[in-house]
Design a binder for this molecule. Structure first.
Ligand code: ADP
Ligand code: MG
Ligand code: MG
Length: 868
């Protein structure tokens, strides 16, 4: 029979799956000799067993009795003991940390007898009853589902009645009354007496934690973070230590480095005379850890030493929970700390410099998507300089966000579902608010510190966060927030700067951030490691420049059609398409030639010795034509054509299925002069640059190829044009003419297609469209349902469909390289910038991916991770 309970001294950090993250780390810290109150862990296997029957098994109960006996021996305390009562916490902890998502109960073992025993023992009646009322509230909430607010109301009423500002002013007598009132809440809720037997309390708490695996907010969190439902949670039972035992006691959290900025300096917060979640719940605004240095220097030094030891041991930034009981320090938790994307990158790069981790480890520490978050906009400094902030709080999670104000998670969710950009403003947040927080651009709270729930969640999600902006008061009933006499009503625009902690009224313009500092260092390492190149899709020098700034290796796709949509060019394009004969086409072609030449010249010049892949015209011609009567009239006038004639031509070019119609290389076959013009423009640009001393090797790409013979035909057209141009100059030219691979037929005959292609580039948008038979412009009507129903694991236009589209790609790669073993093969669809897809592309031997400029840094990191 499998062992279902491990004492902390029996486990270690490698046993996460079995003991959960919290349990494994409590065991590891115990092993390291750190001051951890003793306890034991009920394993995730016990949780699985429980989920089958919703009851604790006989064997588990037996092991539990043994573990409790041993805990009694170690602590010299007993359940129900009248001189040395044993109190424990019951703490959930899954293999993957789920902050604030599961339930914890403190002070189990207190009852009407042991509370007096505790009072006598500690000479502190106030403390004993404070602990008891906390147990009653947590137990009532977690085990019986009585709303926390029901208990809070009693507490608030008591404070008001006595005119107290804070919980700390409550006396022992007050707390006794509150305990009585809390017990009455159990009665009113129909739950009967609060169970007096410590053992019954413990069993009920364990049951409740196992049940909590399936509560709503845990499910939402798992869904959001792609955590498997089948993991289960462990339960930790641990001797209590008391941060609420007086002024030489307290509770706090510390990060071994700053989780917002990554600065190498212990960052933490604590509250004296407080217990458990008081710091994180944001109920009282805590003190910075630096104050502890003055208040309790010995404890502070001990904490710093432990922080360093743990970071070196785990080789990563740690998030620690600690409690001080009467001047003695205890550690209650360690885990890898959540951090902002900025901090993640800085910490990883710093730790390499410190010799703590390798470059490869650093590259794996940062998620590619968080790189994308770092490229998110910042407020335009020029605009910001002219604004006065409404108020300032703590900069909990950097970024800049503008949105409409909402004050409850529910309202925020509803507004976001309707497409509104939401900023959630609250006094504080709790795990119940998770639905609304996920959809918010920014989260602002008036209470709580840098480690409050709101701050931790915002950082985890990469949302902008400002907390502890204490000038704000929120009136939930009236749906307004106030700062002095300034009012923010529901739906008002506000702007939040998570880097400075400032809140502004109205919308502020944002500018894009760049790749700089540590990110640039990390991405350089990525380049050294990656096997694939990362190119960009760019049609304009501006886009290309952006991509180059982001570290692109070249252009994998220039869509020349976009160049024809500028107004002065559209006219020529229309004249070209509508001309009656070759003579009528000559003039607009000459005009377009001039303009295209300049386009290509600019791109090549920017590229220097980097590759630029230019795709010849792809879309159906009718995309360039006017569609409604008004446009027809205007265009007719512009190009001096009779409206009837224009109407006739337009309807002749109209197609039922334009995306499967007269487009791509099919245009080359029917209107060869367009492709000839484009090649000529490329060559003129190349010759001009040659004269200026820059050697360019043009890469020309043919769209929509489906057979060898078709590719051979178009290739001939292209190379004839090149040869003619070369003959007229003194150029020794290297060039490549390749094909898009976007037709299933081309993929399965790739060995033949490769005979006449110098490279392949998968156009995954069209390939996916044609493999599934989904019109990519119309998938919106059913795709969401397919994903919701689990028919598709993900949108195949965003993450490559490995089984289908991926299989075709593998066939094409294998066959293509049968013909040409070193054939370069790229990917230039949307999925070229998707980390999961990039991992697959690396595995099947893709040479490079090409994606939009803003995805380039993401792809660079993903390509490195794929290679590691
Ligand atoms: P979470 O998973 O939400 O962080 P924890 O199990 O860590 O929940 O418990 C929350 C807090 O309760 C801890 O940060 C700690 O302050 C307090 N706590 C838990 N166990 C004990 C204990 N044995 N003694 C004192 N405080 C405890
Ligand atoms: Mg904790
Ligand atoms: Mg295509």
């Amino acid at each position: 029979m499998a062992k279902l309970i491990y004492e902390f001294s029996e486990g270690n950090m490698s046993m996460r799956d079995l003991l959960g993250g919290k349990g494994a780390n409590l065991a590891e810290m115990t092993r390291l000799g750190l001051p951890v109150p003793p306890g034991f862990t009920l394993t995730t296997v016990a949780c699985h067993e429980y989920q089958q029957t919703h009851a604790l098994s006989e064997s588990l109960l037996q092991e539990l009795d043994q573990a409790l006996d041993h805990l009694s021996q170690m602590t010299h305390k007993q359940f129900n003991g009248t001189s040395q009562p044993l109190l424990v916490s019951v703490r959930s902890g899954a293999a993957i940390s789920m902050p604030g998502m599961m339930d914890t109960i403190l002070n189990i073992g207190l009852n009407d007898q042991t509370v007096t025993a505790l009072a006598t023992l500690t000479h502190n009646e106030r403390f004993a009853y404070d602990s008891y009322r906390r147990l009653l509230a947590m137990f009532g909430n977690v085990v019986y589902g009585i709303e926390e607010a029901t208990f809070d109301q009693v507490l608030t009423a008591a404070k008001q009645a006595h005119g107290y500002q804070s919980d700390l002013e409550l006396t022992a007598a007050d707390l006794k009354q509150i305990v009585t009132a809390f017990k009455a809440i159990y009665q009113q809720a129909g739950k009967g007496e609060f169970p007096q037997s410590p053992k019954d309390q413990l069993l009920a708490a364990i049951n409740a934690v196992f049940e909590s695996w399936n509560n709503h907010r845990a499910q939402v969190y798992r869904q959001q973070n792609h955590i498997s439902e089948s993991l289960g949670t462990a339960v930790n039972v641990q001797e209590m230590v008391f941060g609420n035992a007086g002024d030489r006691s307290g509770t706090g959290v510390a990060f071994t480095r700053n989780p917002a900025t990554g600065e190498k300096k212990v960052f933490g917060e604590y509250l004296l005379n407080a217990q458990g979640e008081d710091v994180v719940a944001g109920i009282r605004t805590p003190q910075s850890i630096e104050v502890l240095q003055a208040e309790m220097p010995v404890i502070y030094d001990q904490l710093m030493t432990i922080a360093e030891k743990l970071e070196n041991h785990y080789q990563d930034m740690q998030d620690l929970e600690f409690t001080i009981e009467n001047g003695q320090l205890f550690l209650l938790q360690a885990r890898d700390g959540k951090r902002t994307p900025y901090a993640a990158v800085k910490i990883a790069v710093d730790q390499v410099a410190e010799g703590l981790i390798t470059k490869a480890q650093a590259l794996l520490r940062v998620s590619p998507e968080s790189v994308s978050a770092m490229l998110h906009p910042e407020f335009d400094p020029a605009v910001l300089a002219q604004q006065t902030p409404l108020t300032t709080g703590l900069p909990a999670s950097p970024g800049a966000a503008t949105g409409q104000a909402y004050f409850t998670a529910e309202d925020a969710k509803q507004a976001a579902d309707n497409g509104t950009k939401v900023v959630l403003i609250r006094q504080d947040t709790s795990p119940e608010d998770i639905d609304g927080m996920i959809v918010s651009q920014a989260i602002v709270t008036s209470r709580g510190g840098m480690t409050s729930h709101a701050a931790v969640v915002a950082r985890g999600m990469g949302a902008t966060g400002v907390v502890g902006a204490h000038e704000i008061t929120v009136d939930y009933a009236a749906k307004v927030a106030k700062v002095g006499d300034q009012v923010i009503s529901e739906g008002d625009w506000v702007s939040v700067d998570g880097t400075s902690g400032e809140l502004y009224l109205g919308q502020i313009k944002t500018t894009s951030a760049g790749v700089k500092g540590e990110l640039s260092v990390l991405l350089d390492w990525a380049k050294d490691v990656a096997q694939m190149g990362v190119y960009t899709n760019a049609d304009t020098p501006q886009d290309f420049q952006k991509a180059l700034d982001f570290g692109a290796d070249g252009i994998g796709l220039t869509r020349t059609e976009h160049m024809f949509f500028k107004p002065e060019r559209l006219v020529q394009m229309r004249r070209l398409i509508l001309a009656e004969d070759a003579q009528g086409r000559a003039e607009p072609l000459a005009q377009l030639l001039q303009m295209q030449q300049e386009d290509f010249y600019q791109l090549y010049k920017l590229a220097g010795d980097k590759e630029v892949t230019i795709r010849l015209l792809d879309p159906p011609l009718h995309e360039f034509l006017p569609h409604d009567e008004e446009e027809i009239q205007a265009v007719a006038q512009q190009i001096h054509l009779a409206p009837e004639k224009l109407r006739e031509r337009t309807s002749a070019l109209k197609e039922l299925n334009p995306m499967l119609g007269h487009r791509g290389d099919r245009l080359a076959v029917t209107f060869p002069d367009i492709y000839q013009m484009q090649v000529k423009a490329i060559m003129k640009a190349v010759i001009r640059l040659h004269d200026e001393g820059l050697e360019v090797h043009p890469h020309i790409m043919i769209p929509l190829t489906d057979s060898r013979s078709e590719m051979a035909w178009v290739r001939q057209l292209v190379t004839d044009e090149i040869d003619t141009m070369v003959a007229e100059s003194d150029l020794h030219l290297k060039y490549a003419v390749g094909t898009m691979m976007e037709m299933p037929r081309a993929c399965v005959t790739a060995d033949q297609v490769a005979e006449v292609s110098d490279f392949f580039s998968f156009g995954t948008n069209d390939l996916t469209q044609l493999t599934f038979g989904y019109s990519r412009d119309d998938v919106g009507s059913f795709m969401p349902e397919y994903i919701k129903q689990g028919i598709l694991p993900a949108d195949p236009f965003q993450t490559v469909d490995i089984e289908g589209v991926g299989a075709l790609m593998e066939i094409a790669i294998e066959k293509g390289r049968q013909t040409k073993p070193t054939l370069p093969i790229g990917v230039c669809g949307e999925v070229g910038g998707d980390p999961a897809s990039i991992n697959f592309f690396n595995a099947i031997g893709i040479t490079y991916v090409s994606c939009s400029p803003y995805r380039v840094p993401v792809a660079r990191l993903a390509a490195a991770q794929a290679a590691l």
